[in-house]
Design a protein around this ligand. Sequence first.
Ligand code: GSH
Length: 208
Amino acid sequence: MIELFSANTPNGKKISIMLEEIAYEYKVTKVDINNGEQFKEQFKKISPFSKIPVIIDHKNNKTIFESGAILIYLAEQSGKFYNEKDKTEINQWLMAQMGYVGPMLGQHHQFHHYNPGKSKFGEERYFKISERIYQELDERLSKSKFLSGDDYTIADIGTFPWIARHEWHDIGLAKYKSLTRWYNEISKREAVIKGFAFMDKNEVIPKP
Ligand SMILES: N[C@@H](CCC(=O)N[C@@H](CS)C(=O)NCC(=O)O)C(=O)O
């Protein structure tokens, strides 16, 4: 059984979606990151940077932090969504999500959604970068069915929950035809619908 320490955020949703996709039994332990629960000594023991998500795989007695590392671990354990032949390609798109797409859209959330009016520079900078990310993902997906090729992989699972916050981004997902095609296709997956609502059963994936 997998224990998932998480919160209802894009990084949190990546792992619940993956666990649903591979049909693993799991239990969610909520970490209240808005009230500083991530800094408790007990949690720091399993998460050195005091961040969610973290999993404990009780069967293998393993604890893993960092969502990309967790996705790779679960993919390797289950033998799903991380084809040997496409590994390098998948790693590229997954690492780009971890190092660029997620952190930049995360900053855009901070300036544009949570703290508008506090910093014109921050708002403009991360709006522009986010727009660029939409464009770059759209270009990739105009040439490729999924991010790393013909198959749905952990690179898509890692990226999807970030684009699913598109209403916060105010960029206009529908203008990006290939990104929207990809988004709609993933939105229909039963495991994605279920994993997306892992903390709030009534939560639905926003339409483009
Ligand atoms: N690179 C990390 C980022 C995780 C992350 O930023 N988690 C946020 C929520 S989405 C968090 O725990 N924030 C609490 C804090 O930083 O105090 C990952 O992908 O796992």
